[in-house]
Ligand binder design. Sequence first.
Ligand code: RTP
Ligand code: MG
Length: 139
Amino acid sequence: MATNRTFTMIKPDAVEKGHIGGILAMITDAGFRIVSLKLTQLTVADAKAFYAVHSERPFYGELVEFMSRGPIVAAILEKDNAVEDFRALIGATNPADAAEGTIRKKYATSVGENAVHGSDSDENAALEGAFHFSGREQF
Ligand code: RTP
Ligand code: MG
């Protein structure tokens, strides 16, 4: 079933640098409604599970260490065509390739430490959102 929701994390690099407010402003200015929002931290096991699809990639260990090293902001967002439009708003994985006006162009520092996550499908958006938020926390 197609949905109009996606899931995002403001990653530890951007939280450390004080960019939570700036990134949330770009998200809401782009027309996304905040359904759920929290400051939290991934355990090593959480990060391993979240990025299990990349477990054979050479950067997996570094990615797990990075994503669990400090607080993140987790959020469920709502908008028509949410998954695709949010991927467009965050920009390319590598900030060197990210278009002007994207979140990663403004806030990411490297291909690894790239400020934000965006779900890649409706199915993953639902799974990722449900991992962090109960039904009572979704508004
Ligand atoms: P994300 O899942 O975090 O939204 O990022 P993405 O779809 O744009 O990129 P993906 O291919 O799913 O990669 C997941 C995350 O792994 C890190 N990465 N590091 N060192 C590297 O070459 C490398 N490649 C990817 C990034 O943090 C990327 O967002
Ligand atoms: Mg991805």
